[in-house]
Design a protein around this ligand. Sequence first.
Ligand SMILES: *[C@@H]1O[C@H](CO)[C@@H](O)[C@H](O)[C@H]1NC(C)=O
Ligand SMILES: *[C@@H]1O[C@H](CO)[C@@H](O)[C@H](O)[C@H]1NC(C)=O
Ligand SMILES: *[C@@H]1O[C@H](CO)[C@@H](O)[C@H](O)[C@H]1NC(C)=O
Length: 361
Amino acid sequence: MGQGRWLILVIIACLLSLSCGGELRVKRKHNNKDIDQLSVYNHTLATILVEYASAVYISDLTELFTWTCSRCDGVTSGFEIIDLIVDIQHCLQGFVGVAKDLNAIVIAFRGTQEHSIQNWVEDLYWKQLDLSYPGMPGAMVHHGFYSAYHNTTVRPGVLNAIKRAKEYFGELDIMVTGHSMGGAMAAFCGIDLVVNHEAKNVEVLTFGQPRIGNAVFSSYYCELVPNAIRVTNDHDIVPHLPPYFHHFPQKTYHHFPREVWLYNIGVGSLVYKVEKICDGSGEDPNCSRSVLGNSIADHLVYFGAKMMCESWRSCPLMMDSRLRDYGTTDLKGNFILSRHLPSSVLKLNTEVGAAAGNNQA
Ligand SMILES: *[C@@H]1O[C@H](CO)[C@@H](O)[C@H](O)[C@H]1NC(C)=O
Ligand SMILES: *[C@@H]1O[C@H](CO)[C@@H](O)[C@H](O)[C@H]1NC(C)=O
Ligand SMILES: *[C@@H]1O[C@H](CO)[C@@H](O)[C@H](O)[C@H]1NC(C)=O
């Protein structure tokens, strides 16, 4: 029997007794590390992954694919992109690659690229819990967020890239990240990998993520992906949406744990940045819920990294024609740029930078 099945049984037992915010812990060895130990928030890791979540917004695909963009240096330098996925139809973008220093596959999803973030945020108020999450009785999620990952070219692209990365690099941890709607997609990707692909050591770390499901979904999430962190920033409006209705626990959206809330204290020139590690409920009243979510500005910068495109245009794309050699395009115009493994990224850089005209696959 697969480990996944076994886990589901444990979870059902768990749901019947206590919520994930309680004391019950599923004891399971993960690569010789205990889950409890794994799920600790790691500030350094968050400040690295935020750079990936920021870079995926870059619209110059040449710079992104060769990892030479302005947001691609510093703590993420040396990253090797495996696949860059561009779903033109739904205006989505994501990448899968290998960060050797983290010994991990990093998957990042871009947030929404609507004409106006204000409109997108206003729409968030009205999102319905309109889809039952498959195989999880009582778990409801938002169809739109779910589909952005599950019903586009994104999911097959991601799964294929993971498979190829593992064939070439061997077993690696998986870290999934994203900002805003990209955070919602990252969350769905993380649980998909655990439930449907028996992935081990999956870590989900999102920034400014909206709510994606109800309390039952949140409990499943917490047991299946214990190593999930949602970073929220001060008065960022998006983590407050779609709304949480405290008095309707059965009906409302409910965040999965664990939130880490960034905020400032102090007056005048004496300002301290605080990182608050919130409780296991997902809806800690003393974290971002303790303030008004009234800021879009707080949504667009995390740990000093810009979480948006260089400009707000719908699906802007720039691509060197020489990159076509690396791409496969479907009938709808969606495409995936793939590294030919095994080939070093250095070779790729020279090819694209200088003499990419010659086909040397
Ligand atoms: C936190 O993450 C960094 C980067 O992956 C790693 O080097 C460090 O060992 C981690 N710290 C802990 C306490 O796990
Ligand atoms: C997936 O998308 C197609 C069209 O793109 C649609 O017809 C279908 O109903 C969608 N399925 C789900 C489960 O959302
Ligand atoms: C957390 O919030 C509750 C009520 O919302 C309050 O009673 C409690 O004092 C708070 N705890 C801390 C440590 O701030």
